[in-house]
Design a protein around this ligand. Sequence first.
Ligand code: KG4
Ligand code: ZN
Length: 376
Amino acid sequence: MAAPQSRTGRDLIVLGLESSCDETAAAVVRLCDGRAEVLSSVVASQIERHAPYGGVVPEIAARAHVELMDGVMAQAMSQAGIEFDGLDGVAATAGPGLIGGVMVGLLSGKAIAVARGIPLVAVNHLEGHALSPRLEEAVAFPYLLLLVSGGHCQLLAVEGLGHVRRLGSTIDDAVGEAFDKTAKVLGLGYPGGPAVEAMARTGDARRFDLPKPLLHDPLEARWLAFSFAGLKTAVLRTADGLKGPDGVIAPVDMADLCASFQAVVAEVLVEKTRRAMVGFAHWESPRFVVAGGVAANQLIRARLQELCVREGWSYHAPPLKYCGDNAAMIALAGAERLAAGISDDLDAVARPRWPLDEIAAARAPSHVAGRKGAKA
Ligand code: KG4
Ligand code: ZN
């Protein structure tokens, strides 16, 4: 489909739709001279529907997206104060993610594109996260990105729009998954990240000596790789050992375990990021970005910020509301693509797996069909 002729030639207004996991979201973003302005951002969380199962149930998620998407979209449009004919394009997450949900958002986007005669952008959800700091701050390319979420844990060199090199990623669980599983083991509910962080606040991070996965692995191929499955098992074993005769863990022990777990995760993320930074010493003004749901964690943010100060890098992170899944980042990715003259045909497919760096992923797939873990 042809790229749009925007109203002023430089000013683009795009509706974004997100439905790849358990948030149904819609947002309207204006991109003007490369600067983003979020006109509205509505996120309907499905947490309550999935909480009884301790994790996201794909079928429940897909049905909920069908139920919620129209209302969320209408709310985003009315909060932005614009009509559909005021849009220059519509952007929808086309993957990676839970396929039933992705199809709901993508089909909604296609319907709007057809009905209004505007271009469609099929957005990679990871590109949304990668660009998310640019919603509030004009962070220029290139930058080093640590993408940490429920489905991903990757270090990427973001060299430009659509030009992303994967430097390292997890070989098993994503980091958010490790938070969620730790919370599940301790009976802290779902989603686990905020619960573990809250519990860790009063805990002693030095009490338990948990393994630091792949920190001292001799294999060069694993220099920048992550692994969280072993840490998860260690948390499980430690938790078992802390149970009293009644099977209950004392709150103080739970707090110490959460704090120890979180500290190990932060240390691993910082060390891997430091290693990646070495490869970009030649960048004139080196910029580091942390994004994704786990980037909401205050300890992780603080440790990464300290690293940047030590290494002389500038530090950027989206505000908390744009760390987790949201549609503003999808609208921005769509607007940036439209501004670059890129849009998609109406036969764009929904993709459960869709790595940002397709070349690296094809050479060394960290995840193959049927394996659990990160979606890329
Ligand atoms: O980016 P996101 O909303 O969805 C994915 O694309 O995966 O990330 C969700 C993940 C969940 O695993 C959640 O537990 C984690 O982010 N998370 C956190 C925190 N807030 C959310 N992890 C650690 N600390 C937090 N404060
Ligand atoms: Zn996400």
